[in-house]
Design a protein around this ligand. Sequence first.
Ligand SMILES: *[C@@H]1O[C@H](CO)[C@@H](O)[C@H](O)[C@H]1NC(C)=O
Ligand SMILES: *[C@@H]1O[C@H](CO)[C@@H](O)[C@H](O)[C@H]1NC(C)=O
Ligand SMILES: *[C@@H]1O[C@H](CO)[C@@H](O)[C@H](O)[C@H]1NC(C)=O
Length: 441
Amino acid sequence: MQFFTCSVFLLVVVSTVNGRPDFSDLPPGPYCAKLYPDCCSGRQDECNTPILDGVCYCDDFCDRYREEDCCPDFWSYCKGIEPNVTLPPPEETRRCFFQGKYYNHGQTLKNNCNICKCMGMGRVAEVLCEQNRCLQEPEIIDEINSNRFTSGWRARNYSEFWGRTLKEGVELRLGTLNPSRSVYRMHSVRRIYDPESLPREFDARSRWPREISDVNDQGWCGASWAVSTARVASDRFAVMSKGTDSVLLSAQHLLSCNNRGQQACSGGYLDRAWLYMRKFGLVDEDCYPWKGTNEQCKLRKRTDLKTAGCRPPTNPLRTELYKVGPAYRLGNETDIMYEILTSGPVQATMKVYQDFFSYESGIYEHTPSTESYQFGYHSVRIIGWGEDTSTYRHRGSPTKYWLVANSWSHQWGEDGFFRIQRGTNECDIESFVVAVWAKTV
Ligand SMILES: *[C@@H]1O[C@H](CO)[C@@H](O)[C@H](O)[C@H]1NC(C)=O
Ligand SMILES: *[C@@H]1O[C@H](CO)[C@@H](O)[C@H](O)[C@H]1NC(C)=O
Ligand SMILES: *[C@@H]1O[C@H](CO)[C@@H](O)[C@H](O)[C@H]1NC(C)=O
């Protein structure tokens, strides 16, 4: 009987999806579309075509009892019905949906400081990311800003810091090595004064409008040890000479030439920086401008301004480099205030945690919930202090603060400055305060 001779020769196991055969494993065809422009009506056993090791049919009969011997394109081509089969998408068309965008398989993307890749097995593809802690994280910024009535300061997203890891920030935006070891080697001084006589507010820029140096940017070089030393010394030369030795000293000179026991853009000790300045002195910024990179020292150790090739200084009496006396430590809040009031800005070292990088304005206080094992020490320049009567948070008394110059450009914080709680040793800022005497001529 013909019926039997022309029955199923398909040796492939065809599974069905939604009642329709699943031909996803078969060669794609075309079958009927190629041989039978009109397909075949009724039963026409010769209306077939080879497929794999057998034949498949393009007549209506194939669909009657045993749908599995119809050609794969029978429904779509002869009947105009798209088979409802879901093919697993080929690898290259598998895509990931991540933060509102599609990514192709294998594509990489950057999510803040982390590299991510769209990867997948089987039907699903997903984005897998590195797990670094980022220098700025939106959650931390939001958290600080949402409790600003209790915390007293605001945070923001800095494009300069976005996309960097916390590790990079700690290594390349700070840069002061073990301040306890460094600062406790210095002697502290005793000054006789009446703490009650200290003003409630003081800003060195108002007291010495032309003498106080501007905020600068250390860049991605962990050398706050050199930058803050040069700036504090500059201010003190100008203040102590009453303007005759007005100079901006070169931090690059320190960075490049004070290399014994120091680590250039990977950090330095303050006692070594001050000792270098005491023994050899520094040239001015114009003579040795800031580059913020580790470079070989271009000056001989024992030199004067002339042999160093610097332009003549404003003070005609000066021939040798700018040197200082021994650096000294200041023990407590009022000692620090008295020192700034009488002799100009001082150098302080503080512990910097992740939240500090996002400081925008207000009186900084570390947010304990953002605590992490990653922190570093950073040296800054305290130029004054004040009291904020708008925030009566501490049992009804105004919030006392230090006014501090940072070295992350004017774009950061309050025009490059920040205020931080005073009298509470916030982030250890009162533990390692140093000043120096400028050798004016
Ligand atoms: C395919 O099957 C699914 C689930 O049975 C159904 O929701 C969908 O409408 C079907 N699509 C077509 C084109 O028949
Ligand atoms: C932060 O700033 C960067 C660069 O300007 C931007 O790409 C990023 O989306 C910002 N992040 C947030 C959370 O606003
Ligand atoms: C700070 O130290 C000085 C001595 O250097 C001392 O006279 C003064 O009482 C101290 N002030 C406080 C608030 O401890």
